[in-house]
Design a protein around this ligand. Structure first.
Ligand code: NFS
Ligand code: SF4
Length: 647
């Protein structure tokens, strides 16, 4: 059966719907078809009560069989499964961070080929933040020392992770008290794998607290390192204009798509694609030039720093190939669908996998080495140009949708923008929150998921929140979704923002929806919240702030880790669909209720984006009440009868 028969809009984005229709017309299966063939999805899986952690099993919990063969009950099984997701998510973000640290070290040793320290100021700032000696060290020596320091954060150590010191002091003290401060990224992941092995940790509360510890090693350590090193090597993002959606693909140029998460090779593709010899070669082969566009977070990385256009988010990866206009798709790690080669076969597109840990059947493989990055990039671009001749012009069908956007909001940039020309500070933002012109700040992050009409929840939630005078920070595929809907053009977003939010944004010169980067850059959201707190007037800990996080269409284990480090940081997190925990009332209650008394943060599940906005507003107003900053606005005017009753 066709996908769209009973689900006419797989997406709120017309470009996506157009390409899905094409796929159906031509009988090319996509993620949306496979989603259908997987229905109904297994209840044991979605409620988290299927255990295959040992080979006495697999075991499934039912009313008739309330325990697995070993005696594990639903609470233990649900908690263990959740922990393994957190471990995988943490591993993915952090291994990405480690690759970047390795590149930084190579650059420091003079073995980094064309890579260099793009942002020496940020290098010094980051080194100072972690007390790495800067005096008497030139940039390369300092980069080497910083890379060595970052490497120490992966292994186990007696000390807790040093980068946790970026968090507010009260928060750090709470983590110590709860014994959830990690002692190393790799060891935190290993510890979860150990604790969830058959016959180890069985108390669901103890397990979940272990999960929070590992998630902190993601957000405040691995991801934070990935962001810092990306800024040092490739430049700290500044506001930059670009375009988004499948319409950025060119009828006349050689289209190369970069997809995945690691920005290292794509940085060199950015350099090589503008070299005059490359452009001349493309022209020689009959193309008008070279067009590099991105998908997923690699896209966000090259957008933030070079303004390269974005072809789409997670669910558009197959659809980009379906335009018939892509000469080459270059993938690295994470969120790359194994179905890509199948779609490729129907077109002339070449698929190249570039990570030594990620091979895809039927894709060409190159093993990327930083020292030869520029050479790899030139070779790939040349091969893509050669493939232009194979494009079947009659089969090219590029949707017309392409939207303008502004991205590039690092903390450093927001700091400078808010402070104006003379003094960098978050003060104007804090003042606006305190006097209520901005009610609060919400991070909207995460993926797309074929379970829901793609982009719709991201866009609706964002519109609802800015309308209610909430400043929105975004990363990942959520940011791409809103960009496609025009919400990342300051003009359009301002027009949809509530009056007081609009006034503040216009006065200080920031848009109401700020694109902060890729998913590892959620660490920027943690630091933004910390900056607001340190600026003063809004409490003593992150859990005091009128802020929240949301992932309305999430799908990946990385999102599970992110959700947990937000909650462990004291934040309220609304997910568009629940974690796989419904099989354990105890785990569900711990995460959605009791956790508030432990970390100050908690989860909520809410599929309807308007209802999610209501939940978030109730939370924000509750925090504002607790901070006593709602007083002025809510001063009550008593009528005579009420006055009399008062005396
Ligand atoms: Ni985040 Fe970015 Fe997108 Fe989800 Fe995948 S690309 S790391 S995991 S799908 S937002
Ligand atoms: Fe079954 Fe226990 Fe083995 Fe899990 S660990 S598969 S519940 S016997």
């Amino acid at each position: 059966m066709s996908v769209t028969e009973d689900r006419p809009n797989v997406s709120r984005d017309p470009a996506t719907n157009q390409m899905v229709e094409r796929a159906q017309d031509e009988g090319i299966p996509t993620v949306f078809d496979r989603y259908k063939s997987q229905q109904p999805q297994c209840k044991f899986g979605t409620t988290g009560v299927c255990c295959r952690l040992c080979h006495m099993g697999p075991c499934r919990i039912t009313t008739k069989a309330p325990q697995g063969i070993c005696g594990a009950n639903a609470d233990t099984i649900v908690a263990r499964n959740l922990l393994r997701e957190i471990a995988a998510g943490t591993a993915a973000h952090s291994d990405h961070g480690r690759m970047l640290v390795r590149t930084l070290k190579l650059v420091a040793n003079g073995a980094g080929g064309a890579y260099r320290i793009a942002d020496p100021l940020r290098l010094r700032e980051v080194a100072r933040a972690f007390e790495v000696e800067t005096e008497g060290r030139d940039d390369l020596a300092l980069a080497g020392a910083l890379a060595d320091f970052f490497m120490t954060q992966f292994a186990w150590s007696e000390e807790t992770n040093v980068t946790l010191t970026m968090a507010p002091e009260k928060r750090q003290a709470l983590w110590e008290k709860l014994d959830i401060a990690p002692h190393g990224i790799d060891s935190a992941v290993v510890e979860l794998m150990h604790r969830t092995h058959m016959g180890v940790d069985h108390d669901y509360k103890h397990l979940i607290m272990g999960g929070l510890k590992c998630s902190l090693a993601d957000g405040w350590v691995g991801s934070l390192i990935a962001t810092a090193v990306s800024d040092i090597l490739f430049g700290t993002p500044k506001p930059i204009r670009s375009r988004v959606n499948l319409g950025v693909l060119s009828e006349t140029k050689v289209n190369i798509i970069v997809h995945g998460h690691e920005p290292t090779l794509s940085e060199m593709l950015a350099v090589a694609s503008s070299e005059p010899e490359m452009v001349a070669y493309a022209k020689e082969k009959g193309a008008a030039g070279i067009n590099i566009a991105g998908i997923c977070c690699t896209a966000n990385e090259v957008l933030m720093r070079h303004g390269f256009p974005i072809a789409g988010n997670f669910l558009q990866q197959e659809l980009a190939i379906l335009t018939g206009a892509v000469e080459m798709m270059i993938v690295d790690v994470q969120c790359v669908m194994p179905s890509l080669p199948e779609v490729m076969k129907c077109f002339h597109t070449r698929l190249v996998s570039t990570s030594e840990i990620a091979q895809t059947f039927d894709a060409e493989q190159i093993t990327f080495e930083a020292a030869h990055g520029l050479e790899h990039a030139r070779n790939l671009i040349r091969a893509a140009i050669d493939n232009f001749a194979n494009r079947d012009k009659a089969r090219v069908q590029i949707p017309q949708e392409s939207m303008e956007l502004v991205a590039g909001f690092s903390n450093e940039t927001i700091f400078h923008m808010l402070g104006g020309r003379f003094r960098s500070t978050f003060r104007p933002l804090n003042d606006a929150i305190i006097d209520g012109r901005i009610r609060g700040v919400v991070g909207i992050v995460g993926c797309n998921n074929p379970k829901v009409s793609s982009d719709n929840a991201h866009v609706t939630l964002t519109q609802e929140l800015i309308k209610r005078n909430v400043l929105v920070l975004q990363t990942g595929c959520a940011a791409i979704a809103c960009a496609k809907a025009g919400l990342l053009t300051p003009e359009a977003a301002l027009a949809q923002a509530g009056d007081s939010l609009r006034e503040v944004c216009e006065a200080v010169g920031i848009p109401p929806v700020l694109h902060m980067g890729s998913c590892v850059d959620n660490s920027r959201i943690l630091l933004a919240a910390t900056n607001v707190l340190l600026e003063g007037g809004l409490g003593e800990d992150l859990s005091d702030l009128p802020v929240a996080g949301a992932a309305p269409e999430w799908m990946s284990e990385k999102a599970v880790a992110i959700g947990h480090y937000f909650v462990a940081s004291g934040l309220y997190v609304v997910l568009g669909h629940p974690l796989y925990v419904a099989g354990s009332e105890n785990v569900d209650r711990l995460l959605t209720e009791e956790m508030e008394g432990i970390t100050g943060g908690k989860f909520a599940w809410e599929p309807d984006p308007v209802a999610a906005a209501d939940l978030i507003m109730a939370h924000i107003e509750g925090k504002r009440d607790a901070l006593n900053i709602n007083q002025k606005k809510e001063r009550k005017l008593y009528d005579m009868k009420e006055r009399r009753e008062l005396v």
